[in-house]
Ligand binder design. Structure first.
Ligand SMILES: C[S@@+](CC[C@H](N)C(=O)[O-])C[C@H]1O[C@@H](n2cnc3c(N)ncnc32)[C@H](O)[C@@H]1O
Length: 249
């Protein structure tokens, strides 16, 4: 594994700092988190499938994961694709240092994997990559941030490269329930709140900064940035947007 970037990242927005602090406070809760079967299948049908397809026509591939957390999906790539250790260079970054530290320990046996502490608003990869992925990170971004990130990714990618965003959609029952939980938490006394649908009370600091993205908005942003979005993937609660950068310069 390459040497880590020293120190903490420059964080562009106070909101991101609060999100980072919330994840630091919840480090133990997330340490043992494992994705559901549907989540894994969504990752398999999109990210793993895209890597496998590309490896048929190229010797090696550079994957960049934005907001990689504890490197759960990097572990999955190296587990599911046996030749990945030789043919896939993986860089993951995340603004939460405790997650990166844990991720580094999980990826210790993979020489072509590196994890960095960085903010998606300010990070720029030193050279273009073939695939940018972001799994459940856009749920922490404003629409304006999401548009800007997708625009910046165009410059991060090699011609013919692609990005994949996996998340839940803003206009689903799941997202409405999350909003309802947040409303109760903010506006009702504890005695009237009842049980939350999703997160236990000690997650409130994090849930306050969650708003699932609108995939309609993400598709529009991708088009405006010069990407060609593919048909949206729906699987259970999850959506995935794959978009290609043209092969021209
Ligand atoms: C729900 S977690 C998902 C982590 C990982 N992608 C996974 O699926 O296991 C969201 C992650 O996004 C990271 N994050 C949020 N805002 C970020 C930003 N501006 N720059 C980098 N990472 C960010 C958080 O620190 C957190 O680890």
């Amino acid at each position: 594994m390459t040497a880590p970037t020293a120190g903490l990242p420059t964080i562009a927005h106070a909101r991101t700092r609060r999100i980072r602090d919330a994840y630091v406070a919840l480090a133990d809760d997330f340490r043992d988190w494992t994705p559901s079967a549907t989540f894994r299948e969504t990752f398999d049908r999109t990210v793993l499938s895209e890597i496998r397809t590309r490896l048929r026509t190229t010797d090696s591939l550079h994957v960049l994961e934005v907001g990689c957390g504890d490197a759960t999906w990097a572990v999955e790539i190296f587990r599911a694709i046996p030749e990945a250790d030789r043919r896939v260079a993986y860089t993951g970054f995340d603004v939460t240092e405790t997650r990166i530290e844990h991720g580094r320990s999980r990826l210790a046996g993979h020489p072509r994997a590196e994890l960095l502490i960085a903010d998606g608003d300010t990070f720029t990869p030193p050279k273009p990559v073939d695939l940018v992925i972001a799994v459940e990170v856009f749920c922490h971004l404003t629409d304006r941030q999401a548009t800007r990130w997708i625009g910046r990714w165009h410059d991060w990618l090699t011609p013919g490269g692609a990005f994949i965003v996996i998340d839940k959609d803003r206009w689903t029952r799941h997202a409405w329930r999350l909003r309802w939980d947040r409303f109760k938490q903010r506006c009702l006394p504890r005695s009237l709140r009842g049980r939350p649908y999703y997160f236990p009370e000690h997650f409130n600091g994090l849930a306050a900064h969650m708003c699932y993205p609108s995939f309609r908005h993400l598709r529009r942003a991708a088009r405006s940035a010069g990407f060609a979005p593919r048909p949206l993937v729906h699987h259970g609660l999850f959506r995935a947007l794959l978009a290609d950068r043209s092969r021209g310069a």
